[in-house]
Design a protein around this ligand. Sequence first.
Ligand code: GTR
Length: 411
Amino acid sequence: FVAQTARAQDPQANYDESKVGTFNLPDPLIMTNGQRVTTREGWDKRRAELLTLFAEHVYGKTPTQPVRLRFQTTKTDNNALNGRAIRKQVSIFFADYPTIPPIDVLLYVPKAARQPVPVFLGLNFCGNHCVSMEADLPLSTRWMNNAGDASVNNRATEKARGLQARRWPIDTILAHGYALATAYYGDLEPDHPKGWQTGIRSVLGDTNRADNWGAIGAWAWGMSRILDYLQTDQAIDAQRVIGIGHSRIGKAALWAGAQDRRFAAVISNESGEGGAALARRWYGETVERINNSFPHWFCGRYKTYSKRVADLPVDQHELLALVAPRPLYVASAEGDQWSDPKGEFLGADLTEPVYKLYGKTGIGGAGFPGIDQPVGQTVRYHNRTGKHDVTNYDWQQYIRFADDLVRQAPR
Ligand code: GTR
């Protein structure tokens, strides 16, 4: 075991299943004091304990003080997308922190809706102009990663319009009776080590603390602030907000859904290391690698685990378990071994005992499935053909999942 643990500390990516070795995972149902949880009341206590452990050791503590928000609808188009949608642009201002720029939310509601609709809420990677082809959306003026001619000198160009529209099948989402709410993740914090200086973390939190929140925490917090707005919008069924995210934003979506029970369900698309994938499994990206590449994502203390993953008081299946008893979807892609599909599956699978406490079936003992074969019940999983991406195939599964488990379910 010791030798295998030592290998698990190797920052080099391992892609050889035979080298993964064995590892001891913490049990989500055993309290730090050794007591076993057998009831829902017991789980409530364990849940609180796990949230604290994830805050103190992984993502950092989310500031809990209430922050006064001001919602300003800057534009409404009642005939967007050829009359299929009502499109709203809403800015969420931080009343106490005038120097912090607002979160600019883009909301599409199906025009045909006769009652409040469930909504998919997810942050985007390159600005609202990049999820839609509509030419009248303002270009985000925020800091962006450079990306060919779509982002130059860290600012978006006209070439960025619709750049990731393929990942956001707005028409399909609307046609199935769902709204879509999105915002640029960089509105909360630009994604680079000094990004916090111009984001929400410059005014909330304490940079001297080893458990100060990281960028993932800030993005997750932003999702909850958008949910705050959605609760005020008559067109939205705020009991049915589905948090969704891809990759680093998938990590944030999971952390948001774990902390904020107002999310009715959570979807993790290839969130990988620090998301759905088990940290102790030496496969693909490692804790050391992610801490070195993205020092701003997690709390300072997380870095102390880079070479001793086995000492972490938690592992990522316990983050997923914090979503229970709400529906959870974990998705991988075969061509995205960096995210460790098997590690993501195990993360989802190991939530089973917690869902059981609520009389629910999670993955339900299906075993690691073949390619393009979704499995599970309240917790679902698939490993699709193709690379690190969000595809129509993924959305088909997410919409079916939402139809089955969110739209009809009592809340
Ligand atoms: C990678 C990172 C992953 C994942 C990914 C992404 O560079 O190593 O953890 O977050 O970026 O966000 O696309």
